[in-house]
Design a protein around this ligand. Sequence first.
Ligand code: HEM
Length: 296
Amino acid sequence: MLALKSFALYLIASAASVTALPAALHPFLKPPGASRGPCPGLNILANHGFLPRDGKGLTLPILQQALSDAYNFSPDFTATVFAIQSNPVTGIAVPFALEDLKKHVPFVVEHDASISRNDFATSRSGDNYSYNRTLFANSLQYVRDLGFTELNSTAMAHIRHLRETQSEMYNPQFSYGRLSVNPDGSLVVDPSMPEFFALGEAAFILDLFGSNNGLADSDTSMAQIAWMFTTESFPSGYKPPAVQATLTTALARAAEIKGQLASLPPIPKDVAAKYWNTDFSKKLALQLGGSLLDMS
Ligand code: HEM
């Protein structure tokens, strides 16, 4: 517990010592009453004015321009994510606001076992979209204790494994279809399965903010990532990757992480419990009939 506290302090200290480097035309500015949601990647774009700073009125052309300018995402790729997110089945109407993305029903992108947000069922007032520093620090501490000093696809697979294990243990309403990998290493694509998005998000972090700042696996500074999640601002020295991200590249990177995840042995319950969240969430899990008592 002491190690965890000191790591949380380390995160704050390192975040404070890293300087954000937004483009001159895109200074950080978050107006009062601005809408922000569960996606740190989009929150950053609103904070830096690539998206409307109030986080509202979002349409496909606005997102395509912003994601292309700031992250070098292909417009087709953005259109695919957008189409999955906003359609008559999900009921997320266009234009939407960033907070609308918190909607937690089947077939939306929002999912359980996030690395920096609570599950809908085991959070105070169903807050599944605000950044949770404790939860995120736990995730990073877990891989630090496994010996990782930076994030790469292996570390990210461990974090995803931890968060899935924790949600299985604590959240009796955990709903999280898992994907499989074909013999040739490609991913079995099923956008109805939340793991599909969770793996993609993990890949985004490594590809955008890793030292290669491209589409190859690379070491990614934990301090930079802590900065990005905590302040919802670009890490120091950030520039858009030279290589464009497409649906194909994103699937390949997600499959890479999934392949690593699938080879990991189960995490003992007492270990997963050590790195889990808050007393409040534990109490709530108990009220919901979770298996907390199994874990001592
Ligand atoms: C049209 C484009 C996008 C949409 C509609 C979208 C939507 C979402 C939603 C709904 C979530 C919540 C999932 C959860 O429950 O954890 C999420 C999470 C996330 N998004 Fe996005 N996103 C988009 C693009 C991006 C981009 C370009 C990045 C790049 C940085 C990004 C990074 C992330 C990350 C890292 C998470 C995981 C947060 C966590 O696990 O705590 N997203 N996104």
